[in-house]
Design a protein around this ligand. Structure first.
Ligand code: SF4
Length: 295
């Protein structure tokens, strides 16, 4: 499963010890990966902590981190990234999306499907659509790829709609919100197709803002994950809150959960970490959650 490139890169780091990090979906392959690494002369240890993205790196003294699944994001000499692609084909999902698609379509997906995206463009063009890939965003590695925290590739794109190919609603909701355009989501695993409306996200946002109306004491959450940490933004939020007469403190944490925020007993929280917490997960939290630009 591991590429020769990843094994050579690990070798070049000079550490025998390798910390293997992967998202939950790949954890069942941990033993297989360890056997492969051991056979290549390494001493693997698996990180059992959750791993949410290429931003979420773990380290062990004297070890190289082998981060499996995501495209490279951070340039850290202690890390070797190994991407992992789904071998699911896109044809069924794109065919199902065709009746909903207008003439000019910009196509986006996540890194797990980006290698198959040429197939989607071919199907769309054969069906008479003017189809092209979303340009590469600031934090992305590939044309056609989006991250939930980076839709900058969509800036200035002229199209009638976006076609997002992937499972889950986090990315297409973000894309709809960022672009204010129609987004059609096609799931390559199930063939399910749906239109994602930015209006729904705006309604959710209004609800969150209303919940935070009476808040006077704010927590500003900074992630300790290297690719999410944004101290400058937290400081700027604290200054803005202070100028508006509110109290706040900056809180650094790794795993952000409803229970951990409950213990802090503040009125509302501004999240500078992964936007998924606010966009996707806010309903799991009894306290109001806000994004930095909502202050
Ligand atoms: S911050 Fe969130 S959306 Fe961005 S790379 Fe990390 S996990 Fe993905």
């Amino acid at each position: 499963m591991l590429s020769q490139r990843a094994l050579s890169e690990l070798e070049s780091k000079g550490n025998k010890k390798v910390l293997v990090q992967m998202p939950e979906g790949l954890k069942p392959k941990a033993l297989e990966i360890c056997k492969e690494l051991a056979a290549a002369g390494f001493e693997p240890i698996v990180s059992g902590d959750p791993c949410f993205g290429a931003c979420d790196l773990r380290f062990e003294n004297g070890a190289t981190t082998l981060h499996i699944a995501h495209a490279p994001l951070l340039n850290d000499e202690r890390v070797v990234y190994e991407e992992w692609a789904h071998d699911v084909k896109m044809g069924k999902a794109v065919d199902a999306a065709l009746p909903l698609l207008p003439g000019t379509v910009c196509v986006a997906t996540t890194v797990q499907h980006v290698r198959e995206i040429g197939e989607a463009i071919k199907i769309l063009r054969n069906a008479g659509k003017s189809a092209f890939l979303i340009p590469k965003g600031k934090r992305c590695t590939y044309e056609g790829q989006v991250l939930g925290c980076d839709f900058s590739g969509a800036k200035g794109v002229e199209c009638d709609a976006f076609l997002f190919i992937g499972s889950g609603r986090f990315h297409p909701i973000g894309l709809a919100y960022y672009t204010k355009r129609r987004v059609i989501r096609a799931d390559p695993f199930t063939g399910e197709v749906e239109e994602i409306s930015a209006d729904k996200w705006l309604k959710d946002k209004a609800l969150r803002m209303t919940k935070a109306n009476d808040a006077k004491r704010f927590g500003i959450i900074v992630s300790s994950k290297p690719g999410q940490r944004n101290d400058a933004e937290a400081k700027s939020i604290a200054e803005r809150l202070h100028a508006k007469g509110f109290e706040s403190c900056i809180i650094v944490m790794d795993l952000i959960t409803p229970d951990s925020l409950l213990q802090l007993a503040l009125d509302a929280y501004v999240i500078t970490a992964c936007p998924r917490l606010v966009i996707d997960d806010w309903k799991n939290y009894s306290m109001p959650l806000l994004l930095a630009d909502e202050i």
